[in-house]
Design a binder for this molecule. Structure first.
Ligand code: 3PG
Length: 205
């Protein structure tokens, strides 16, 4: 299955940075109970891989993906941890080869028309657009939608409840992602109640 199909129906995907793998399961359950069925756990912390493993084993209804994947070697690691999709801020030949070998749905990052077309040639019709706000935001995505209608995007980076609908109203935006739903500060406090509120609001966007 490709990422475009796997993530169909997901409109908001929380991007999370987990410092303590012990927070992974309560966080995933909170998000799921609030109506969000997919999570991107970034490999930016030591705990990232273990967090993916715990969610995959204890919260089977959650689609758990690995984010900030940068090196080919990480692909096999996240696959054995149980990740069902992979997200990267960009792509490299080695990474593209690794996800193809692992048969893992992949959302590669692109910000220029040439990057988008190169990935489209490889069959990637869902691409990450990061950092969205700094790269031209919703206006940029709307503009590329005219000449490149085959590609749909998962913009992330600088998205918040205030601008989420600017993106979600575009035909070429499949879903949006961001850390505002489970901000690191709330996670550190283990404030799952506050996260539940943010997630429920995000699920209604
Ligand atoms: C990502 O990896 O997609 C971003 O770091 C999320 O960006 P945000 O923190 O601005 O939401």
């Amino acid at each position: 299955m490709n990422a475009a199909d796997l993530l169909t129906g997901q409109r908001v995907v929380p991007v999370v940075v987990i410092d303590d793998a012990g927070d992974a399961v309560p966080l995933a359950k909170t998000l799921l109970d609030s109506g969000l069925n997919a999570i991107e756990v970034t490999l930016r912390t030591e705990a990232g891989l273990a967090a993916i493993e715990r969610i995959a084993s204890d919260v089977p209804d959650m689609l758990v993906g690995a984010g900030s994947v940068r090196r080919a070697a990480q692909v096999a690691e996240v696959k054995s941890a149980g990740a069902v999709f992979v997200v990267s801020p960009g792509s490299s030949d080695a990474l593209l080869e690794a996800v193809a070998d692992a048969e893992l749905p992949f959302v590669p990052g692109a910000v220029t028309a040439s990057e988008m077309l190169g990935l489209l040639d490889l069959g990637y019709t869902l691409q990450k657009f990061f950092p969205a706000e700094l790269s031209g935001g919703a206006a940029f995505l709307k503009a590329v939608g005219a000449p490149i209608p085959e590609v749909r995007f998962m913009p992330t980076g600088g998205i918040s409840p205030g601008n989420a609908n600017d993106y979600l109203s575009l035909q070429n935006v499949a879903c949006i992602g961001g850390s505002w739903i489970a901000p690191p500060a709330l996670l550190r406090e283990r404030n799952f109640e506050a996260i539940a509120g943010l997630a429920a609001a995000a699920a209604k966007l």
